[in-house]
Design a protein around this ligand. Structure first.
Ligand SMILES: Nc1ncnc2c1ncn2[C@@H]1O[C@H](COP(=O)(O)OP(=O)(O)OP(=O)(O)O)[C@@H](O)[C@H]1O
Ligand SMILES: [Mg+2]
Length: 247
């Protein structure tokens, strides 16, 4: 059964000043699917997410969301079109409460009147946050802050969610909870998800498809099963060194 490509990135080139970091990157993610992007430090994973969400302007190629070309639009327009970007380092507003952090994420959708329903669905996804709504976000654990950062992105009702290393520095248990929530978002809420991860083992468990980025190019793509059977991928990314998250 063919599924709609909710996010379709083709021939993407982007970088910083005269330095081209991404050379001709293609990727597609269907509704209800999760694509994991793995690759070594400096491969261009963060740059890829920034170029997709409009934080940097691509020099060539296209970014199409649900059939709408968004290439070169500013980030707020791309967000309004349905893409939520959860950047690295879980940037929450530390002095604001969890509730206010979430409310800020729903700002662009404030006229829909669905903020309360949206919030309760996020609290179902991340039950840990339910008892902590009044707590300043800066006093939460790293994993809880990551949940707030993801929840804030979800408040805007995106069709596409892109996340930059949400597991970084977190205890395996929290990684398991966050990845379980991602699984729920794709299966039950039909989100298209792009997950950038160093923790390849954890990413392989939740991914439908995996892309390996090397020096700004997609060098391998396939299902987690295919890639785990590839000796080079196995040696480079699954050979150990990364903690294993529980499922
Ligand atoms: N703001 C910037 N200005 C100039 N060069 C940058 C900037 N940000 C990243 N780069 C360069 O772009 C390349 C890709 O970096 P990027 O952060 O996209 O990699 P990454 O795959 O996310 O790495 P990591 O796994 O360490 O997060 C690197 O060579 C990096 O030095
Ligand atoms: Mg990065």
């Amino acid at each position: 059964m063919p599924h709609v490509n909710m996010l379709d990135v083709g021939g993407l080139r982007a970088g910083y000043d005269k330095l081209e970091v991404l050379h001709d990157v293609d990727l597609r993610v269907g509704e209800g699917r999760l694509l994991a992007v793995i690759g070594a430090n400096g491969a261009g994973k963060t740059t890829l997410l920034r170029a997709v969400s409009g934080l940097i302007r691509p020099t060539a190629g296209r970014v199409v969301l649900d059939g709408r070309e968004l290439t070169g639009l500013p980030p707020e327009r791309i967000a309004a079109a349905g893409l939520a970007h959860v950047p690295e380092n879980r940037l929450v507003f530390p002095s604001l409460s969890v509730a206010d952090n979430l409310a800020l994420g729903g700002w662009t959708r404030r006229r829909t009147g669905k903020g309360a329903a949206r919030r309760s669905y996020i609290l179902e996804l991340f039950p840990r946050l339910a008892g902590r709504l009044k707590q300043p976000a800066g006093t939460l654990s790293g994993g809880e802050q990551q949940m707030v950062a993801i929840g804030r992105g979800l408040m805007a009702e995106p069709a596409v969610l892109v996340l930059d290393e949400p597991s970084l520095g977190l205890a395996p248990r929290l990684v398991g909870e966050i990845f379980a929530a991602l699984g729920q978002l794709k299966a039950e809420h039909r989100l298209a998800i792009v997950l950038v991860e160093q923790n390849a083992r954890a990413a392989f468990r939740v991914a439908d498809e995996v892309v390996v980025l090397d020096r700004g190019r997609v060098v391998t793509t396939g299902t987690p099963e295919d890639l785990a059977a590839d000796d080079r991928v196995h040696a480079a990314y699954l050979g150990g060194g990364y903690p294993t998250a529980p499922t």
